[in-house]
Ligand binder design. Sequence first.
Ligand SMILES: [Fe+2]
Ligand SMILES: [Fe+2]
Length: 169
Amino acid sequence: MTMIKRDPSFELKKHLSSNWANDDAFLTAVFNALSFSFPKGEKFFMNSVRAFKDEVSKEMSEEIRMFCIQEATHTREHIKYNKLLCELKGYDLEDLEDVFIKKLEKSHTNKIDNKIRLAITTAMEHITASMGASMLKGNLVKSDNPVADMWKWHSLEEVEHRISCIRCL
Ligand SMILES: [Fe+2]
Ligand SMILES: [Fe+2]
């Protein structure tokens, strides 16, 4: 599947403080928590593939570039989402992101080389693509609102990443 550059934006304010996912507080909280993992997580993914950009074919190098464009756009939209959610709900953004920062810091040691980081990214991309496919089939969120639309857009692009990441290994 080819990766495509898209540049959407979503009107989140009206719905983000509600139980926007199926009117279900638990499911909404799961997705909101997941959103806090993306800015730091996606940075890790982008760095792990960029580490190989000079060692791969021209075609693969272009796939790395498109992957990074898509992930950077996800990060941009999730930063907006997370800030707005914190404003609306009174959450502490730093506290919520800290959990992921501490975990990712552990991956930047000499014991973990670029191939291991790439393997971690590939595994995570497989998980996000599987979740994305379920989302697109309507198995996870059935709601129709701009917050759900944002997750569907992110899901579609995660499905596009799976094949490219497997080819990188
Ligand atoms: Fe992403
Ligand atoms: Fe991805």
